[in-house]
Design a protein around this ligand. Structure first.
Ligand SMILES: NC(=O)c1ccc[n+]([C@@H]2O[C@H](COP(=O)([O-])OP(=O)(O)OC[C@H]3O[C@@H](n4cnc5c(N)ncnc54)[C@H](OP(=O)(O)O)[C@@H]3O)[C@@H](O)[C@H]2O)c1
Length: 304
């Protein structure tokens, strides 16, 4: 495939620092790039159902920050004609994660009160938009400067540098989504109501604080012990790769549904900037520094 767009993600930072279980044994040099939208340029022997020029997408974990790449036909999802490749690329990791967190992991119901940690981030924004479509009442933690963005996405902002989210709802939240793991998910769990569910899916705070992989795996393991505490609260860890391995059809179905929402104009993913190859290193630094309000997407055909 000729690559048209490939997302740059916080997860790439984990991969680069060998803090991502699936790739931690990879040593440089290797090509990064978690997801890809492109156009079929050549077909292998025996491939049916696709034609040259078809637009397709895949989540590859690594290898897609490239001009061309080879993919297995049985892992491709079709991209409807007319979609902007950069916007489509944002849906592959970030929005499919959000969709599956809401509808496969937490199985949210209309009217539930839900807290999204890191709500201005790539997955956080998608959780707010898709959560609003699902009829949820939403709160989102973000830096103060992003309060207007959080409101625009249909949620009540909580400034994570100043406010205490555990005091916002005296009875607690039905569901908390946490990709940050500030204090090893403790306060997210404390913010739940009795019977509530914590869906953890990331540990950005641990990465920023240069914690060891073993510490972060311990935080994840501990989630499954907390269910034995009084109060009937539950906690689980979601991984898009584990869910794809267990339910490959769900991944294709959910990504296909998101492409449909983009094609109908129901969702508008924010692309902060389209990046050419020569600016990828700088893009990694910007993602690590924080403060972005949309995704950076590598578009290989952009001139340097
Ligand atoms: N399990 C999975 O399948 C899966 C899938 C996708 C992503 N992930 C992981 O999930 C995490 C989030 O991914 P992402 O792509 O959304 O990252 P992102 O775009 O970097 O977003 C993270 C957001 O969290 C905010 N933040 C930082 N510290 C915070 C705190 N203490 N409280 C509240 N918000 C805080 C950041 O805000 P500032 O701008 O203010 O720093 C940023 O807006 C990453 O660790 C990623 O690896 C996991």
């Amino acid at each position: 495939m000729r690559v048209l767009a490939s997302g740059l993600e916080y997860t790439d930072i984990l991969i680069r620092r060998h803090l991502y279980p699936q790739t931690m044994r990879h040593r440089p040099p290797f090509v990064m790039g978690y997801d890809v939208v492109g156009e079929i340029d050549q077909l292998g022997d025996g491939v049916t159902g696709f034609d040259l020029g078809d637009r397709v997408a895949d989540m590859t974990v690594i290898g897609s920050n490239a001009a061309y790449r080879t993919l297995r036909a049985d892992r491709l999802t079709r991209v409807p004609p007319g979609l902007d490749p950069a916007e489509a690329a944002t849906l592959i990791l970030s929005w499919t994660t959000a969709y599956q967190l809401l509808h496969r992991a937490a199985r949210v119901r209309q009217g539930q009160r839900v807290l999204v940690q890191g709500a201005a981030g790539a997955v956080g924004q998608a959780l707010l938009v898709l959560g609003r479509l699902a009829g949820l009442e939403l709160w989102g933690t973000a830096r103060g400067a992003h309060a207007a963005l959080i409101r625009e996405l249909g949620a009540r902002p909580i400034d994570y540098q100043r406010d205490d989210f555990t005091r916002v709802l005296p009875d607690g939240f039905d569901v908390v989504f946490d990709g940050i793991a500030q204090d090893g998910y403790r306060r997210s769990f404390a913010a739940l109501k009795s019977g509530g569910l914590l869906c953890a899916y990331g540990y950005s705070a641990g990465v920023q604080a240069q914690r060891r992989m073993a510490t972060m795996l311990m935080w994840i393991g501990r989630l499954y012990l907390w269910r034995w505490l009084p109060g009937g609260k539950r906690a689980r860890f979601y991984s898009i790769n584990l869910m794809r391995a267990q339910h490959p059809a769900w991944f294709r179905e959910d990504l296909g549904r998101l492409f449909g929402l983009l094609a109908s104009g129901t969702i508008h993913p924010r692309v902060a900037e389209r990046i050419s190859f020569d600016r990828v290193a700088e893009a990694h630094r910007r993602i690590e520094a924080g403060g972005l309000d949309g995704k950076l997407v590598l578009c290989p055909e952009l001139p340097p």
